[in-house]
Design a protein around this ligand. Structure first.
Ligand code: NAP
Ligand code: MN
Length: 266
């Protein structure tokens, strides 16, 4: 089996990476950066997002696992103290795989010449540095509302505890194949009206955002920010692809929510 370890880059994460790498090589596993079957992220959720984006072109072949060197993460949910046990479990493959839904984002330009497509593990957000954004929001091919405000966030279930949560969105269990649309400071008055509540869309219900006022948009895909001008539309839906996690012990989603946001019972 091929594995790759992505470290946050601080001393502690680098040390854990080195130790784990040596242990796994001792168990006759191959360190392979190009075609890993297992990607181990050592750091935080941010490190995990980087690892995901680095290997997003081979999601069918690669499973992911996260070890946290700071506070408990949603993706980085193993502790360094579990390292020895984890190495033995990994060497013993096959391991259990758990799949979570992803978000697909397709950005089309007005000229029609440019079509960019992205996968997000947490969310996409659309904002601007020039005042507010104005979009027509279509759902499943029908106009739903015109949004005017700071921006919109479209998140995955596992991303629902990240930016989405700060925007008052609901926390969605990742066994539900859905995306959530949350508003950032919508302008609501007699002229402009939006639903106000977060919307949860099932698979195949595509959400299409069509800018009514031309702006330079900041479109974030997880931790990465892109700049776009001349945008015709931004299409969002549940992706066909999924992320696969290697699971070596149960740590239910709601326990992770509790331990991260309420209190750590362990
Ligand atoms: P960051 O500024 O370090 O991330 C902000 C926080 O979100 C960090 O504590 C990070 O954990 C945590 N986080 C990431 N994914 C999460 C998830 N699925 N559930 C719960 N918490 C999560 O930047 P980053 O580490 O590169 O992460 C990028 C993410 O930051 C974006 O995808 C977005 O969700 C989030 N963000 C949130 C806000 C906000 O809430 N106002 C604004 C911008 C971005 P670690 O410390 O373990 O990395
Ligand atoms: Mn971070």
């Amino acid at each position: 089996m091929n594995f790759k370890i992505v470290s946050k880059g601080d001393d502690r994460s680098n040390q854990i990476k080195l130790k784990m790498k040596q242990h796994l090589i001792d168990f006759n596993l191959n360190y392979n950066k190009e075609e890993p079957d297992l990607v181990i992220s050592v750091g935080g959720d941010g490190t995990f997002l980087e690892a995901f984006h680095r290997y997003q072109n081979r999601l069918n072949q690669t499973a992911f696992i996260g070890i946290h060197t700071g506070h408990l993460g949603f993706y980085a949910d193993y502790v360094p103290e579990e390292l020895e046990k984890l190495v033995i479990e990994i060497a013993k493959t096959p391991y259990q795989i758990v799949e979570y839904p992803l978000l697909e984002v397709i950005i089309r330009s007005k000229t029609g010449s440019q079509v960019d497509s992205f996968l997000a593990l947490n969310e996409a957000t659309i904002k601007t540095t020039e005042g507010s954004v104005v979009f027509d929001v279509d759902i499943k091919g029908e106009r739903f509302e015109t949004f005017r405000g700071d921006g919109l966030c479209i998140s995955t279930p596992s991303g629902s505890t990240a930016y989405n949560k700060s925007l008052g969105g609901g926390i969605i269990h990742p066994s539900l194949e859905a995306i959530q649309l949350t508003e950032m400071a919508s302008i609501n008055n007699r002229v402009f009206r939006t639903i106000g509540s977060p919307l949860i869309l099932p698979k195949h219900h595509t959400c299409l955002l069509k800018p009514l006022v031309d702006r330079s948009f900041l479109i974030t895909i997880d931790h990465i920010t892109h700049n776009y001008t001349n945008v015709k539309s931004i299409q969002c839906r549940v992706a066909k692809e999924k992320i696969r996690f290697a699971r070596f012990r149960p740590f239910p989603f709601w326990n992770r929510v509790r331990d991260s946001f309420i209190q750590d019972k362990r």
